[in-house]
Design a protein around this ligand. Sequence first.
Ligand SMILES: Nc1ncnc2c1ncn2[C@@H]1O[C@H](COP(=O)(O)OP(=O)(O)OP(=O)(O)O)[C@@H](O)[C@H]1O
Ligand SMILES: [Mg+2]
Length: 592
Amino acid sequence: MSKIGFYIDRIKAGRLKSMRLQAKWIYGYAKHYFWHMLFYTVLGLSGIGVSLFLGLISRDLVDIITGHKTGEVVKYFVMMIVFNIVSMFFTQVTSYVSSWISMKVDAEIKSDIFSKILVTDWESLTSYHTGDLLTRWSSDASNISNGVLNFLPNIIIYVCRFVSAFAMIIYFDPSFAIFAFLGLPVSFILSRTLMRRMVKNNERSAAMSAKMTGFNQEAFSNIQTIKAFDLIKLYVQNLKNIQKEYISMRLEFQRMSIWTSILFTTVGMLVSYSSYGWGIYRVWSGAISYGTMTMFLGLSGSLTGALNNLTSVIPSIISLTTSAGRLMDIVEMPREDYSNDDAAKAFMEKYKDEGISLNISDITYKYKTGNENVFENASMCAHPHEIVALVGPSGEGKTTMLRIILSLIFTKEGKATLYNGEDESKAKEFLSLDPSARKIFSYVPQGNTLFSGTIAYNMRSVKPDATDEEIIDALKMACAWEFVEKLPDGINSEIKERGGGFSEGQAQRLSIARAIIRKSPILLLDEATSALDVKTERKLLKNIMKDEYPRTCIVTTHRPTVLTICNRVYEIKDKKLAVLDDIEIDKLIRDF
Ligand SMILES: Nc1ncnc2c1ncn2[C@@H]1O[C@H](COP(=O)(O)OP(=O)(O)OP(=O)(O)O)[C@@H](O)[C@H]1O
Ligand SMILES: [Mg+2]
């Protein structure tokens, strides 16, 4: 008993424990297709029945031909043809159902993981390279869906195939049964070593795919930089190196697969030749008929086939569980909490005409991977119709503050709230900042964020019912209409990938127009006007200020020339936010 307990503990603690969890995870998706899987299993089992029956018919047919049995040759011949057709039908339907299940499971896993990735805590997610995420999401999910039938249905089918062929042999001539087990020890020993190797190979292969995807993705999106720095040779060489590494890894796997296949084939041949010899002996000694021998040869083929299938199920299950583990890594990262969605929506609807203020007080923040606090007891506020500027040298925390406001990252200490109106003492309602509150904001981050598609498509992606007039108004406010107007297709002009076809400053103005059209109570601009000339930048900010919509606007900037039109300027200094007075602002402008 204690020995059994020992093994159970080992199973619970070791690799098998994680495999059990991974299998359970896969089952979570597969169970939605229970009836289809059952149908597939029944089809597979019926197929076995048909092929056994075919064996019996062929035995009788051979016996009739060799004169052992009298009967109608034609009748048996027709029966054989009919059953062959039925068998073909079963094979095709089974393969159709199997691809149906694979595709459905694939789509379900992918859409589920996709939506889970999107609600995963942003900071945790950034610890993965997007190439890695992409590989996990696409190849690992496909791996699972392609092999999902190997879990239970195929095991049931293969075991039944083995057992039925074996039973039939025992029934007709037990002496033949010994051949069924001839290959078993080899298969058993092989599968153990195979299993260990497979786990390692799968992990290596997945890491390599992630590396390749990452490299390709970065190279293709940085062609301009590669050219500009004259890195063509280096990048081609880097690709060749990765390919070399990939090929040598694949060849190593291939060699392993050749050896296993040679071994399995040899075992198979040994089994069939010895049963062949035994059959001839039995026929010669008069113990069995020619027909029975033919049937036995077929059955011994089924036995070896079923054994080989069962052994091949093991690597497939390992590869499946490895993939499941890789997907579980991402899915099990902390999730964002959207439980306040309704409250945030109601808050916005109620107060969007009056305007919403933001108050940050005494927050302290450190990135998980950072080694020092970016903020310590920092505070700031912003009110409707105001433009509040955050200034400070590069790397001081401007973008970090906007990420805190957007709840992309979370502070441990301090309070961040929204309230209606301009005066906190008269506020009727407060709302804590969390991921649900993001609907109250529009954010224009650093860098290009336009989608490929037309200008109108980009505008309508944030406000689906926007009319052409509304789009033009937003473009006018963002000082973008002056160049869009001149385009032959106007607002229906195409924007290429990452704002292609437009200058940096034009793309920035389009991004701002998109943020404006959303009419969010609070607008966050992170260096969003950095590529504009000072005149256009000031005009744009003045347009936003003059707008009757009670917008609260927070901008980060390196350029002090616009500071004079801002209502309040915070400088990030000693991990705090200090309000600058007019004299200090003048000094900033002079020093610029
Ligand atoms: N994802 C991150 N993980 C760890 N540290 C980070 C991360 N992002 C930024 N930091 C660090 O936080 C500090 C503030 O960065 P932040 O991007 O907020 O600066 P910034 O004021 O916006 O600079 P810039 O003007 O160059 O845009 C920097 O020291 C930076 O190294
Ligand atoms: Mg920044």
